[in-house]
Design a protein around this ligand. Structure first.
Ligand code: MFK
Length: 547
């Protein structure tokens, strides 16, 4: 029999994830672990079953049937198995509901679940993110009638009553520039608001509700201030409302199990969340929550890619020894691991801080830092997930390029993190928005607290010096908007790396006291790979090159 290579095996994503275990050991009171561990164990089991499914079945996509045999418009979507299991998995393990529990660790506990469920869910986490965001925005609006109507469904722990919510924002003209929204809201003769228009990326179209931006008739024809935020319901019993039509499902590079749709609204009844203006300000709490989901899902993809690549390196022999004993291969894997540990630390700090801010358990400077860290974490992890997934595929040689290994899907799916919920550049500009005033000072105060008690003086001084350089860069370019914007990505990557390094330092101090030197090794390596990504924004040079 010719040689047959052992395929990579997926270790238990919870029990073998030392970063997650150490984080929970450090950050959570012991008495909170009992229930959480049961859910995390079960979600880890499910992830292993799902990986087997990926490796042994032909990949399927959702199918839209617009008309039945008798000519009725039905817009029925047949879902893949993981999607059919989504409501029961979500409610049984409180993937959504846990985040809205009434204590400061609620978000951390929720996002630990999300991290383990995400890849097995085949991006069912996308509508879950939207639903979580909708619940958060509705709470923030203070609209009591909507809180009472929608939240028991959105946060249900019973699959039969769970509702998913969409976020209908993106349009063909609007895109990232949401101020160009063309959907119109008009009141009928009975005073009921109704929406008319086309939404271009609707990933929770199988859901029962959505939050939608629309321009009330008669409001200014441009700009986000003239938009209002509406709540809609999509179903009449088991039937989709006739005023909502699904034009087609998108044919996407990745996330192919996720039925992302183009839709038309033709008089769909709608209820404003609050005032009939400033819709983007009202939807912002939703954006910040969905961007946190994006971040956690991105680190989940990194963890999966590294776990498989590392396992394969112990099974694959080349040039007389296992890959893991080859110095360059081992070095490559260790670089990936160090970057991942930085990203993991930042992602979960954003999650934890979100919960602490929501429960009024955070200091004011931490709340300010959260506003800044949310886009930083999203934009940096989105890019890093693509890099790490790409590197991981290379670790398998040609096998990493072959569809039925299940590996190419990791890379194709990872590309969405840099696009979903705002591109890297949109998020870099949001970072500038979040830095307005003296908000860098709040980040520096927060980083200083994370660095307390760390004795890696090389790392501590590199972080401080890089934050000083970022502050100088901001001072230097603050007065010239074009320069500021042109360099915003470099600034954002620098701040993200500094925050990640400071958080790794905090984890390293704790882990060293618990006889685990690996986070300290990750810190050393992460800092060694450089924190400073500041660029000189040469606008004239850019114009020449593009001319
Ligand atoms: C999972 C797989 C998915 C399948 C494939 C999906 C592919 C992608 C599909 C998508 O379309 S995902 C959706 C992507 N789109 C976005 O995420 C929106 C991108 N655009 C932005 O994020 C803009 O920055 C934004 C629309 C939010 C703002 O644009 P503007 O016109 O510059 O608004 P402006 O005037 O700066 O902000 C309006 C208000 O909102 C301000 O408050 P005030 O009125 O009080 O001054 C801002 O401070 C506030 N604001 C904006 N962003 C905020 C925020 N507040 C808190 N947090 C934020 N992040």
């Amino acid at each position: 029999m010719a040689f047959l290579q052992d395929p990579p095996q997926l270790s238990h994503p919870y029990r073998s994830d030392r970063s997650l275990l150490a984080l929970l050991d450090r950050a959570l009171p012991t008495e909170r672990r009992a229930t959480l561990d049961v859910d995390l164990d079960a979600l880890g089991d499910y992830a292993q079953i799902a990986w087997q499914r990926v490796c042994t079945t032909t990949r399927r996509k959702p199918v839209l049937t617009q008309w039945d045999a008798w000519g009725r418009r039905v817009d029925r979507i047949e879902l893949t198995p993981a999607w059919q299991e989504g409501a029961s998995m979500t409610t049984r393990h409180a993937v959504l509901a846990a985040g809205h529990a009434n204590h400061q660790h609620a978000r951390l506990e929720q996002f630990a679940r999300v991290y383990l469920y995400h890849l097995a869910s085949e991006f069912y986490t996308c509508p879950l993110a939207m639903t979580d965001g909708a619940a958060t925005a509705i709470k923030a609006s203070g609209n009591q009638a909507l809180i009472e109507r929608a939240l028991p469904h959105f946060l249900s722990r019973d699959a039969s009553t769970l509702w998913l919510s969409g976020q209908w924002m993106t349009e063909t003209h609007g895109g990232s520039d949401v101020g160009n929204t063309e959907t119109v809201a008009r009141q009928d003769s009975e005073g009921q608001w109704r929406l008319y228009g086309r939404k271009w990326f609707s990933s929770a179209v199988v859901g029962e509700a959505a939050l939608a931006l629309a321009r009330p008739e008669g409001a200014a024809s441009r700009g986000t201030a003239a938009l209002a935020l509406f709540y809609v319901e999509t179903m009449d019993g088991a039937q989709r409302k006739p005023q909502l039509q699904i034009d087609r499902l998108k044919d996407k590079l990745g996330t192919q199990e996720l039925p992302t749709a183009e839709i038309h609204l033709d008089g769909l009844p709608a209820w404003p969340l609050a005032e009939l203006a400033n819709g983007v300000r009202q939807v912002a709490p939703m954006l910040n929550v969905t961007r946190t989901w994006n971040t956690i899902c991105a680190v989940a993809s990194m963890a999966r890619a590294i776990s498989l690549a590392r396992d394969f390196a112990t099974r694959r022999q080349a040039f007389g020894r296992p890959l893991i004993e080859q110095p360059l291969h081992a070095h490559t894997l260790a670089d990936m691991q160090a970057e991942f540990e930085g990203a993991f630390a930042l992602a979960f700090e954003v999650a934890h801080l979100l919960g602490r801010v929501e429960q009024q358990a955070a200091e004011p400077h931490e709340a300010t830092a959260l506003r800044l860290l949310t886009p930083l974490a999203k934009l940096w992890t989105g890019k890093l997930a693509v890099q790490i997934s790409s590197e991981a595929l290379e670790c398998f040689g040609g096998a990493g390029y072959i569809e039925d290994t299940g590996l190419p899907q990791l890379l194709r799916d990872a590309q969405v993190y840099a696009i979903w919920e705002g591109t890297t550049n949109v998020l870099s500009l949001d970072t500038l928005r979040a830095l307005a005033g003296d908000n860098l000072a709040a980040l520096r105060t927060t980083c200083a607290a994370w660095l307390e008690r760390n004795d890696d003086m090389h790392a501590v001084s590199a972080i401080r010096q890089t934050l000083d350089a970022a502050a100088r860069w901001l001072d230097q370019h603050a007065s010239t908007r074009d320069q500021l914007e042109a360099g915003a990505r470099g600034l954002a990557f620098t701040l993200a790396r500094c925050a990640a390094a400071a958080l790794l330092a905090r984890q390293a101090s704790w882990s060293s006291q618990h006889a685990d030197p690996r986070p300290a090794a990750a810190l050393h390596r992460f800092v060694g790979r450089g924190l400073d990504r500041l660029v000189a924004p040469d606008v004239d040079n850019t114009a020449l090159l593009l001319g």
